[in-house]
Ligand binder design. Structure first.
Ligand SMILES: C[S@@+](CC[C@H](N)C(=O)[O-])C[C@H]1O[C@@H](n2cnc3c(N)ncnc32)[C@H](O)[C@@H]1O
Length: 247
């Protein structure tokens, strides 16, 4: 989220996130993978409003959830069951010592890292948080599907009732496509007349780039799956922290 927003605006943007995207069936895939690897301690990087962290905690898994957006973490901390999760405002490069068995980045968090240094530092931070042989699971949109071409105001328009803020209508439009970087504008129009406009850039890495960056950070790719709820649109990477890999 941009730095130039005041705290009320940040709180509003955090508050609209869940109501505007209520179908989180995408998270079932991740919960199934956590179960498949029998992980009991999980780190969720870019946890946002905490939906996935709380889903796991509800299944008896110990979860550490980290996100740099304080408003989102504040909102997460006040959800039912939130006491069972360790919430951290920060990112994967500033974590305390952890020994988790599995780490996740759901909902295309991997695409927020624009330059290679930032992405590699994140992967290295995650590897340090994992026990040797621990597993990282994340998704990234397939560049060849050019999902941004569907991000028009007509096709992205959604609305919801938001507790404390009333009705909100939101839509996206792409401002610029510069190689792998796509910049788009999200508009959130509230019934009280407040309109919040946020610009964001995401990076579309190829499968080969993702594989190379994982290898450089000390991970071995076990598998690249499809996201069953978005067939053909996502790479779901499952990678193992290589034991004894040098930094
Ligand atoms: C699309 S949201 C996904 C949130 C959550 N994972 C979910 O499934 O709802 C992307 C998240 O990435 C977070 N983010 C931005 N920069 C980050 C960074 N450097 N490290 C970790 N998360 C970051 C944002 O604050 C935001 O919460």
């Amino acid at each position: 989220m941009p730095d130039d927003l005041d705290s009320d605006h940040r709180a509003r943007l955090a508050a609209v996130y869940d109501p505007l995207d209520p179908d989180r069936s995408d998270l079932e895939v991740y919960a199934d993978i956590v179960a498949e690897f029998r992980a009991r301690r999980v780190l969720d990087v870019g946890c946002g409003t905490g939906t996935f962290a709380l889903m796991l905690a509800g299944r008896g898994i110990r979860v550490v959830a980290v996100d740099p957006d304080e408003a989102s973490v504040d909102l997460a901390r006040h959800k039912p069951g939130a006491d069972a999760v360790e919430w951290i405002v920060g990112d994967a490069t500033t974590l305390p010592a952890l020994s988790v068995e599995l780490a996740t980045m759901t909902a295309n968090v991997a695409q927020v890292f624009l330059d290679d240094a930032e992405w590699e530092a994140t992967l290295r931070g995650i590897r340090e948080a994992l026990v040797p042989g621990g597993v990282l699971v994340f998704e990234s949109r397939r560049p060849e599907r050019r999902a941004w071409e569907e991000w028009t105001p007509e096709r992205t328009r959604v609305s919801a009732e938001v507790e404390g803020y009333g009705h909100v209508e939101a839509w996206n439009e792409v401002l610029e496509v510069a190689g792998p970087l796509v910049t788009f504008r999200s508009t959130n129009a509230f019934d009280d007349g407040t309109t919040l406009v946020v610009e964001e850039t995401l990076r579309w890495r190829t499968r080969e780039e993702l594989e190379a960056s994982l290898a450089a950070a000390g991970f071995e790719v076990l598998e690249v799956r499809d996201a069953p709820d978005r067939p053909g649109r996502e790479y779901v990477f499952i990678a193992r922290a290589v034991e004894g890999a040098e930094d």
